[in-house]
Design a protein around this ligand. Structure first.
Ligand SMILES: [Fe+2]
Length: 376
């Protein structure tokens, strides 16, 4: 499938951390469906933690295992992925995906899981590269006439589970960095020696993202707790919102040096930190953090999707986040749905249920009292 600019524009919609199960939260799906209809993206990128792959077998909290073998796990995984992907497929929107730290900690391999995504006609990118990971690849976006690659989208795996060690690693592998350098050089050569401007997506923030925050007084408005009892804020030159301390990759694998050497990447875009929503510049490269989409996880009212509007003639782009409130609108009903489905609202939800139950009990008590009085 060749993706092309239309009327000089191309819109990418990033959906990050929609992590959910075979029992998907309806409020997230309502938000996503409306976003797809309203925004009409040319490409959707699912940037990791697409499902809660590590909770497929204990999908209902406080209940015993419900998935006991690989076959049952496969079935549950297929349903969870289908809940997420079928609204995209129904609308015939091309989509690409990478994994996050939650996707594959289960009996299935990444390749086996990728087969679910590959089974949708709108899926692109997962058709094999020499990168070493099925979810490390690039998507060229062509000019309207299909003659020239105008923008390149890098999709890099930054979260992987070593099944033998049963350990999760969070960084872009050195061989993926080497593959990026080699492929970037090839694209440049094919483009007559000119670098192809690119946007790079990966799940876990690069270590250099920490350069966008600084220590601050704990009483500073918006300060978030970090390591060693210290508090942090977003640097003044950045735009957006810091909802939690940056949880970056665990190792440097030469990615930043490679990006600077290749000179093609305009922005690196991350998910993983559900509560963070900001942009900043590190060594001339834009670092963009997108909040989560999921309601079945920690997070805040920044939950939503990120839009990239790319201009064909300049290769430049505008980006913005649309939150749940932006997408579905403010109303009492939408507030109630948010409260009911978002994990971080559980205390308010519990208070609401207790209040309604208390009022019901009181109402029944009063009713019984009146009835008894009448009988006397
Ligand atoms: Fe996540």
């Amino acid at each position: 499938m060749q993706l092309k600019f239309k009327n000089g524009k191309f819109r990418v919609l990033q959906v990050s951390d929609p992590q959910d199960l075979q029992y998907v939260r309806p409020t997230m799906m309502r938000m996503l469906n409306k976003a797809y209809d309203d925004l009409k993206p040319d490409l959707i990128v699912l940037t990791g933690d697409n499902i809660l792959g590590n909770h497929l077998d204990d999908a209902r909290i406080y209940t015993p295992l419900i998935v006991k073998d690989k076959e049952s796990e496969k079935k549950a995984m297929g349903i969870a992925i289908d809940k997420l992907v079928s609204p995209i497929e129904e609308r015939k929107i091309p989509f690409a995906m990478i994994y996050g730290n939650h996707d594959d900690r289960n009996r299935m391999t990444k390749e086996e899981q990728a087969d679910f995504y590959r089974s949708y006609s709108c899926n692109i990118g997962l058709d094999g590269t020499d990168s070493g990971d099925c979810d490390t690849y690039n998507i060229p976006i062509y000019s309207e006439d299909g003659e020239k690659v105008k923008i390149n989208i890098w999709m890099l795996d930054s979260a992987w589970h070593d099944k033998e060690q049963d350990k999760c690693f969070e960084y872009v592998k050195p061989q993926a960095v080497e593959w990026y350098k080699k492929t970037s050089a090839r694209l440049k050569e094919e483009n007559g020696g000119e670098v192809v401007p690119a946007i790079m997506f990966q799940h876990i923030p690069m270590l250099e993202t920490l350069e966008l925050i600084e220590e601050c007084d704990k009483n500073y408005e918006g300060a978030v707790p970090g390591p060693d009892g210290k508090f942090f804020k977003l640097k003044d030159e950045c735009g957006g919102f810091l909802g939690e301390y940056v949880s970056a990759v665990s190792e440097k694998t030469g990615q930043m040096e490679a990006i600077k050497e290749c000179g093609d990447v305009k922005a690196v875009v991350f998910g993983h930190d559900h509560g963070n929503c900001f942009t900043g510049v590190v060594d001339g490269i834009q670092f963009i953090q997108t909040p989560c989409t999921s309601f079945r996880c920690y997070g805040n009212r920044k939950r939503g999707v990120r839009v990239f509007d790319i201009d064909e003639s300049t290769g430049e782009f505008e980006t913005f986040v649309l939150t749940y409130d932006d997408i579905v609108g403010k109303s009492l009903w939408n507030d109630f749905c948010y409260l009911w489905d978002a994990d971080d609202m559980w205390k308010k939800k519990a208070a609401l249920i207790a209040g309604v139950a208390g009022a019901a009990v009181l109402g029944i008590g009063v009713g019984v009292g009146i009835a008894l009085k009448k009988r006397k």
